[in-house]
Write a protein that binds this ligand. Structure first.
Ligand code: PXL
Length: 281
């Protein structure tokens, strides 16, 4: 069985980060080790939340794992609790880099034109240090604009050429495969755009769009991408499956009269994952 480590926070309530990554990636039959970056009572979109930073644990956990010879097929990072933590995670890429694990970085730091609560204005510059070292990045449009030092310009993102340029510029940051989420060309479709800089290959995939926005879908998306790539699917297959899975989660959520506002019903979509890996050894 493949083994990965995912490094992101535990939001005890909130259906995001580790509480979605663990079940989703496990459903791909991948052992999922974790390093929690912080423990929050709820994610930061709630009005109030407690926050315990776990930066100091990262080198301790890493040293123990190194001592006992742990190896990983992939390292997948998400929400980071502090700037210093980003440097430590970069060290961890070195510590566990000898077997060239696939590095997937979701620069989970912003949405809808705004950084998440609590991050300094220059947080994206620190995140760039992980992005540069990744094999695959999975930003949304706000995160992409921050990484590229461009103003967030939602009025321009319904233009295919604009998105192609953004994908190329993102790959020039150092990461050869980019999946940009939240793409819509001014119609009633929503999806993602992928670019493989080595193959000079673009790919777009869409589904019908719901009028509302749903929390936690970025983490669900990145977790499905991770599961697919680690199990050997292509970038295109990973992108398609992640868009389809998020759509299924939203279908389930919108049918549920008791659905939570703070996350999607990914639990009811998990049964779809075996179909993504059926036929693989
Ligand atoms: O879903 C991204 C995310 C992850 N972790 C925490 C967050 C958010 C988004 O708000 O606050 C703690």
């Amino acid at each position: 069985m493949k083994r990965i480590v995912t490094i992101q926070d535990i939001s005890c309530i909130g259906k995001c980060s580790l509480t979605v990554a663990l079940p989703i990636i496990s459903a791909f039959e991948i052992e999922t080790a974790v390093i929690p970056t912080a423990v929050l009572s709820q994610h930061t979109a709630f009005e109030n939340f407690s926050f315990k930073d776990l930066t100091d644990e990262i080198p301790l956990i890493s040293a123990e794992w190194k001592r006992s010879g742990m190896k990983f097929d992939a390292i997948y990072t998400g929400y980071m609790g502090s700037v210093h933590q980003i440097d430590l995670v970069s060290d961890l890429f070195d510590d566990f880099g000898s077997d060239s694990p696939l590095i997937i970085v979701d620069p989970a730091m912003a949405d809808n034109g705004r950084l998440y609560t609590g991050f300094p204005d220059d947080f994206a510059d620190s995140m760039l240090n992980l992005v540069k070292r990744a094999d695959v990045i999975v930003p949304n449009l706000t995160e992409a604009a921050l990484l590229l030092h461009e103003p967030y310009s939602p009025g321009e993102y319904d233009n295919k050429d604009r998105i192609l340029k953004m994908l190329k510029k993102l790959s020039e940051l150092g990461c050869k495969k980019v999946i940009l989420t939240g793409i819509s060309f001014g119609d009633d479709k929503l999806g993602a755009a992928a670019y493989d800089a080595d193959k000079k290959d673009f790919y777009f995939y869409f589904n019908d769009r719901y009028p509302q926005n749903f929390h936690g879908t970025g983490d669900v998306f990145a977790s499905v991408v991770t599961g697919c790539l680690v199990r050997g699917l292509t970038l295109k297959e990973a992108t398609k499956n992640a868009v389809d899975f998020v759509k299924l989660c939203i279908d389930c959520t919108s049918k549920d009269p008791d659905a939570r506002w703070y996350g999607v019903n990914f639990e009811q979509a998990l049964k779809e994952i075996p179909s993504y890996i059926s036929g693989l050894s």
